[in-house]
Design a protein around this ligand. Sequence first.
Ligand SMILES: Cc1cc2nc3c(=O)[nH]c(=O)nc-3n(C[C@H](O)[C@H](O)[C@H](O)COP(=O)(O)OP(=O)(O)OC[C@H]3O[C@@H](n4cnc5c(N)ncnc54)[C@H](O)[C@@H]3O)c2cc1C
Length: 417
Amino acid sequence: MRFSGLRVLREGLTGNKGWAPHWRDAEPKAEYDAIIIGGGGHGLSTAYYLAKNHGMTNIAVLEKGYIGGGNVGRNTTIVRANYMQPGNSEFYSHSLKLWEGMEQDLNYNAMHSQRGIINLCHSDGQRDAFARRGNMMIAQGDDAELLDREGVRKYLPYLDFDNVRFPIYGGLLHRRGGTARHDAVAWGYARGASDRGVDIIQQCEVTGIDIENGQVRGVQTTRGAIKAKKVGIVVAGRSGQVAAMAGMRLPIESHILQAFVTEGIKPVIDHVVSFGMGHFYISQSDKGGLVFGGDLDFYASYASRGNMPMMEHVMEAGITLMPMIGKAKVLRSWGGIMDMTPDGSPIIDKTDTEGLFIDCGWCYGGFKAVPGSGFSFAHLMGTGNHHAPAARFRLDRFRTGRGIMDEEATGSQHNLH
Ligand SMILES: Cc1cc2nc3c(=O)[nH]c(=O)nc-3n(C[C@H](O)[C@H](O)[C@H](O)COP(=O)(O)OP(=O)(O)OC[C@H]3O[C@@H](n4cnc5c(N)ncnc54)[C@H](O)[C@@H]3O)c2cc1C
């Protein structure tokens, strides 16, 4: 089933009776060439690119809940390529290019909107740091513009520019950054993979990983044992638990990140605005809700909900930056389980078990990575070789200390970047 304007028109005129389910809800087979554990954005995009780029179609994606129920459907949807460290810089640049062709590639409307991101600065030192970051982004082939105070005012006149503690000095504008409809990204990849023969199996929790003589043989699930010579672990906040099934102890802590949305209001915020000093960022959804968030809850947890002190902190930071939002009513808040590495950068690698691969550690930046991560992880699983833009995401950097990518220069502590 292909989507097109003509199809939407025809369906609209004939009672919308011709739409079919977007992907097959498959039953598990006894054996596959490859199994992907986790039907989040990264798992689904991995399956899609394994099928599309590497001709592997005898694949199952095993999801313990439902497609889109994890962080891929819980995030605040910011997509950008404004990283600075070698390793992250080329990876996110590649991922953003995939975003720019994704809707055509998948024939699916993910509402990708390149409305621009503005990171605000509040001191000379911070402006210097942004100038350096902007130069690195340009050197990587991405876009960056340093705005002075009046430059920011032109785009965001409603901010409090003269706040005593955080007066606005300027900002870094990344025009190709923006937002997307998060669950549509999961559905689009699920549909694309399913159309190429991949089995998407929901309500199927992996409870064990079978290993013999150092080689992976398959998995145990709540729907029975399934054999496979290749298994990819892509379970975000549950990475530590699932890797433990293969006897691994990962350098990952799981922390909660919250997000909030207000009632729908008229269009007012047409960029993504990030207020790093206050740990606050905001955008406006196409339905009109103000979508915003802040920092981690700061203690390890597997609860998909957040704590009240962090809610208070985020609201206070928001009102400090743009007092007008104090009038908006918050409709909902939620939390997601973040897989935090010590250096804030991800892992895409083989493991010591032959045929067992891992993709995790996306911290709070993994939505923008969905296409790039799937592309690179599929390359690794399909060919056995690292894909160049993700070649630095090695697991052993935490053992050897070589190749640490400390993006925020906060040192090796999981909850500080
Ligand atoms: C509040 C919030 C805001 C965020 N904002 C942004 C943002 O603006 N921009 C950005 O880039 N990133 C953002 N992120 C981060 C991003 O959402 C994640 O890094 C990314 O979605 C994680 O990858 P995923 O989509 O594959 O994870 P998930 O969707 O969580 O997928 C993992 C899946 O594995 C399944 N699973 C777990 N254990 C098992 C098992 N034993 N068997 C089978 N299946 C299993 C889970 O049910 C889940 O569906 C945010 C996250 C949160 C929570």
